[in-house]
Design a protein around this ligand. Structure first.
Ligand SMILES: [Zn+2]
Length: 190
């Protein structure tokens, strides 16, 4: 058993880029268990997250939870090796937050529509999926995390200056936590 621990800004792990995992039909049990645990983290009432990337729980792995709007709720879907293969030129600016940056909400421009290629845990398949609006926003945000990019990187110069005191407060209030250890040996499964 292992315990997932949050990494907050400016933990260096948030800047690390994950490498794709190799597998045939499905990721191994450690990864599937990690997906379930990351969903549990999202569902914690005090977090209520609609997305989470492995770096945010201390692991540099290409694994994320992406909330896709379904009616008035979000369906939390686990993705492995996600890649954006198409981006619409039409963009939307919307308020965005991140569990690694508590209480910080800033306007971020994201594509209105994207096509993501990944292994999806709801269909247990590697496939392409078209995502719109909030679905596209959440997936773009999480895939950024897997590439070591955080949402504050995508804001304009004046917002970056404006949020500086808030970032300093986050760094003060959420001291560094040790990343967790998880046995990820034997990542290849048939
Ligand atoms: Zn985030």
């Amino acid at each position: 058993m292992y315990e997932l621990k949050f990494t907050y800004y400016p933990h260096p792990i948030l800047r690390q880029k994950s490498e794709p995992l190799t597998f045939y039909t499905k990721p191994n049990d450690d990864i599937l268990e990690l997906i379930e645990n990351m969903k549990k983290v999202c569902k914690l009432p005090h977090l209520n997250g609609i997305g989470l990337a492995a770096q945010q729980v201390g692991l540099v792995l290409p694994v994320a939870i992406v909330g896709i709007p379904q009616g008035d709720r979000y369906k939390l879907i686990g993705v492995v090796n996600p890649k954006i293969i198409e981006i619409s030129s039409l963009t939307i600016v919307g308020e965005e937050g991140c569990l690694s940056f508590p209480k910080l909400f800033i306007p971020i421009e994201r594509p209105k529509r994207i096509i993501v290629e990944a292994w999806f845990d709801d269909t247990k398949k590697f496939e392409k999926r078209e995502l719109f609006d909030m679905g596209a926003r959440v997936a773009s945000h999480e895939i950024d995390h897997l590439n070591g990019i955080v949402f504050i990187d995508r804001t304009d110069a004046s917002t970056k200056i404006e949020i500086k005191p808030k970032l300093q407060k986050i760094a003060r209030d959420y001291p560094d936590q040790k990343p967790i250890s998880l046995d990820i040996s034997g990542l290849t499964t048939a």
